[in-house]
Design a protein around this ligand. Structure first.
Ligand SMILES: [Zn+2]
Length: 457
């Protein structure tokens, strides 16, 4: 009898401890769960132009203040150097070769593939109200990015997009939501509305190719008419003109920062709100012969800021390599939603440690569905492989079909592990790419995309 009592006592004790542990785990899970998640994407904002990533002159006080109380990822690389493939990767957690389709007869338009589940769709299925506020003509419902969003108004400028997003956030403060704000002030033609008057005067007095943004010729992405009118345009710029363009880009960064500050203010006092700030790709300033973002895969084209402020996660700096493929698993994990197991990315905040020797792969492919350039890097080397020459580039690029570069920018001789990883990725990517039929665009969208240089006239 005494023995039975003892066993009963032990079982009761274990059950109480078990319950306590479960309660603590449940409480911890609830405390750490983000019920409202806002993803802010500044188009073409390269990392080293942000204050907390080392840019001088305090260009981004609001982003820096957020970073102080967030996890700041120092080495985040986009999987693609331009908008459509990068947006597709962020929205599906999958490489562009799997998540984006291109029509055969268009060089640069892309559509989100039908098959992969989208981040917004999963959030919506789990009871989150979803909304996107975009001033980008590319990140738009026309190209399939509306999937999973219950609200997706499009805007002509960042100011209107931010105001609408701030109003929407305030209105939905008591609901579970997932919202994206996509800002364009950092994208060419770099016409920030609140450009300082002295800069505006210089722009007004500049040549039309700078005033109108009809620039940046050599390697596609810009219309044939523009290229014909301004052949080899980057090389025609005087040093003073390049400085002026760069100042215009910096004015765009300042404006993006101000708008982010405006939205952050709207989230003040709203509990369990996670905020992520990143960019879809970088921007080149003649480091590799071009201005803007095109089809290259160097660090300046891919290195982006990533700042994650989330309930339950202390501020820290994370230096292991990460990618924007990680955004989807990270956001799902913040919302305590189990991601699909076959996603290649990592849930960054809940990861105990991110492998320092992780290999990050990026790819770019347009025009008839060939994956024509891939890169892989770890924390020492970057390897770029050009399979086929992109339009307007020499068949064999200056560095050869295989380029090996150290992170300091020096040429290296080889990096066998990266080369192997890249070849393995390419063989899968080539099988996954899918073409689609061309879909007619309405006249207005077509004109806007032409003005941005994405499609040829
Ligand atoms: Zn972009």
């Amino acid at each position: 009898m005494r023995r039975r009592k003892k066993i009963f006592g032990l079982a009761l004790f274990s059950a109480i401890i078990g319950c306590c542990l479960l309660c603590i785990a449940g409480l911890r899970s609830r405390v750490h769960r983000s019920e409202r998640i806002i993803l802010i994407v500044a188009d073409a904002l390269r990392a080293d132009h942000v204050g907390c990533y080392g840019a001088p002159g305090n260009p981004t006080p609001n982003i820096d203040a957020l970073a102080e109380r967030s996890i700041r990822f120092t080495d985040c690389y986009s999987v693609a150097p331009w908008t459509w493939p990068s947006a597709a990767a962020m929205m599906t957690g999958r490489y562009p070769s799997e998540s984006l389709v291109f029509p055969h007869d268009s060089k640069f338009l892309g559509y989100l593939a039908r098959r992969p589940r989208t981040l917004a769709g999963i959030m919506q299925d789990r009871g989150f109200t979803t909304a996107a506020f975009s001033a980008s003509r590319a990140f738009a419902p026309t190209f399939g990015f509306g999937r999973g969003f219950s609200t997706f108004p499009e805007f002509r400028n960042d100011r209107d997009a931010v105001r609408a997003a701030a109003r929407w956030v305030s209105k939905h403060r008591n609901r579970k939501f997932f919202a994206i704000l996509w800002l364009m002030s950092t994208h060419h033609p770099y016409h920030a509305a609140d450009m300082p008057p002295s800069l505006r005067r210089q722009v007004s007095a500049a040549r039309p190719c700078i005033r109108t943004g009809a620039i940046f010729g050599r390697h596609g992405l810009y219309s044939t008419a523009q290229i014909t009118a301004h052949p080899r345009n980057d090389e025609e710029y005087s040093p003073a003109e390049i400085r002026l363009l760069h100042q215009m880009y910096e004015a765009g960064i300042h404006q993006v920062d101000r708008y982010i500050g405006h939205l952050l203010k709207a989230t003040d006092g709203i509990p369990r709100t996670a905020i992520l700030v990143t960019a879809d790709h970088g921007e080149e300033w003649l480091e590799h012969g071009d201005i803007g973002h095109k089809l290259k895969l160097y660090a300046v084209n891919l290195h982006v800021p990533l700042i994650v402020h989330a309930p339950g996660y202390a501020a820290r700096i994370q230096t292991a390599p990460v990618t924007n493929l990680d955004l989807m698993p990270t956001i799902l994990a913040l919302a305590r939603i189990r991601p699909q197991t076959d996603l290649p990315g990592l849930a960054l905040c809940s990861q105990r440690s991110i492998p320092r020797d992780r290999i990050i792969i990026s790819e770019v492919g347009v025009a008839g569905w060939r994956v024509h350039r891939c890169s892989a890097h770890d924390d020492s080397y970057l390897v770029i492989h050009t399979l086929t020459a992109p339009p307007r580039e020499p068949v064999v690029p200056r560095g050869g079909r295989w380029e090996y570069v150290t992170h300091g920018g020096r040429r290296a001789t080889s990096a066998p592990d990266l080369r192997r990883a890249l070849l393995a990725h390419e063989s899968v990517a080539k099988r996954q790419v899918r073409a689609t039929k061309s879909r007619p665009l309405d006249a207005k969208t077509k004109a806007e995309l032409e003005a941005l240089g994405y499609i040829a006239k």
